[in-house]
Design a protein around this ligand. Structure first.
Ligand SMILES: NC(=O)c1ccc[n+]([C@@H]2O[C@H](COP(=O)([O-])OP(=O)(O)OC[C@H]3O[C@@H](n4cnc5c(N)ncnc54)[C@H](OP(=O)(O)O)[C@@H]3O)[C@@H](O)[C@H]2O)c1
Length: 293
């Protein structure tokens, strides 16, 4: 299995790089090699690649900054995936792309399913939704919507809470915003396991299309922080719950971003691990490796 991966330094990119040996030959393209804003370079990279499948782990992920830089967000999150879809269609290659719960407005009172209507509240969410549409226009396109990604790699909420827990006496964390944490290592394991099916499946196979992929169960930002801090004997912070309205950010986020994993479970037989045990394991890894990675 030969996979061409856009993205080298991000959380999911690094989880793929760590998990691939022995399972797939991964060719990784960093921003220095192919900048997503250069759609001709994106298409040329796929046209000339020795690969069976293309995976896009790169994106403009700075949710707040996207409000001030909508064109940069659109280039990376909408135009680049469209170029990837064109180039993959020209060669008949499956394209696996990552999206977000931020395509939803969070007003539903249950976890979102793939057939629920999107309504993004932010530039980031709108550009990611456009990227989804472009990828899904290719009949061998796969979009995995993920949320609240954590891992031992890079910057993420779990690492930030662990860092702040050692430097502050009190942490005020939003308790009325809900989502499903996603373990980047589990996502990498799933992608590597499903790759053979995507490569061999014919158009129309249920393995293509839109899926929600997270760990099992939803939680609040506050309870996610508590689960991380509980692993650190050196934490000194007390957690205080606050309301989202008391933690304003430039970009609006869904108050309920929980995603229903039923489809990925039905089509692939994927058994999602409960978020709490996966977060505990990642927190232990971050603490063991040093909080400042
Ligand atoms: N993190 C989350 O909580 C979360 C939640 C929902 C969905 N997602 C989605 O999951 C995917 C992976 O996210 P992640 O957490 O792994 O992201 P991340 O850690 O923020 O990494 C983003 C990656 O994209 C690369 N990149 C950004 N702009 C680029 C450009 N113009 N050209 C080439 N590469 C560029 C970055 O490279 P540099 O290091 O050079 O900047 C980096 O490797 C994204 O599609 C994201 O939208 C993430």
């Amino acid at each position: 299995m030969r996979i061409l991966q856009f993205g080298a330094t991000g959380q999911v990119s690094q989880a793929m790089i760590a998990a691939a040996p022995g399972r797939a030959a991964l060719s990784v393209l960093s921003r220095a090699q192919v900048d997503l804003v250069d759609t001709a370079a994106v298409e040329a990279a796929i046209a000339g690649a020795d690969c069976d499948l293309v995976l896009n782990c790169a994106a403009f992920t700075l949710v707040d900054r996207a409000e001030a830089e909508p064109e940069a967000a659109r280039a990376a999150n909408a135009l680049a995936p469209a170029a990837m879809a064109r180039a993959c269609a020209a060669r008949g290659l499956p394209l696996v792309h990552l999206s977000t719960d931020c395509v939803f407005d969070g007003t539903l009172d249950r976890p979102y399913r793939e057939d629920d209507a999107p309504h993004p509240l932010s530039v980031y969410g709108a550009t990611k939704l456009d990227g989804e549409s472009a990828v899904l226009a290719w009949e061998k396109g796969v979009v995995l919507r993920i949320s609240w990604v954590f891992s031992r790699f890079g910057r993420n909420f779990v690492r930030t809470m662990l860092q702040l827990g050692r430097s502050r006496d009190e942490l005020r964390v939003v308790a009325d915003q809900y989502g499903c944490p996603t373990d980047a290592a589990a996502l990498a394991d799933f992608i590597l396991g499903a790759a053979a099916r995507w490569v061999s499946a014919a158009p129309g196979d249920p393995a293509f299309g839109l899926f929600h992929f997270t760990n099992a169960g939803a939680t609040s930002r506050h309870d996610l922080a508590a689960a991380a801090l509980a692993r650190d004997p050196l934490t000194r912070a007390t957690l205080s719950p606050i309301a989202k309205r008391d933690f304003p950010e430039p970009a609006a986020r869904p108050l309920n971003g929980a995603l229903d994993n039923g489809r990925v479970s039905a089509v692939f037989g994927w058994q999602a691990e409960p978020w709490a045990s996966a977060v505990a394991r990642a927190a232990d890894e971050i603490i063991a490796e040093g909080l400042d990675a």
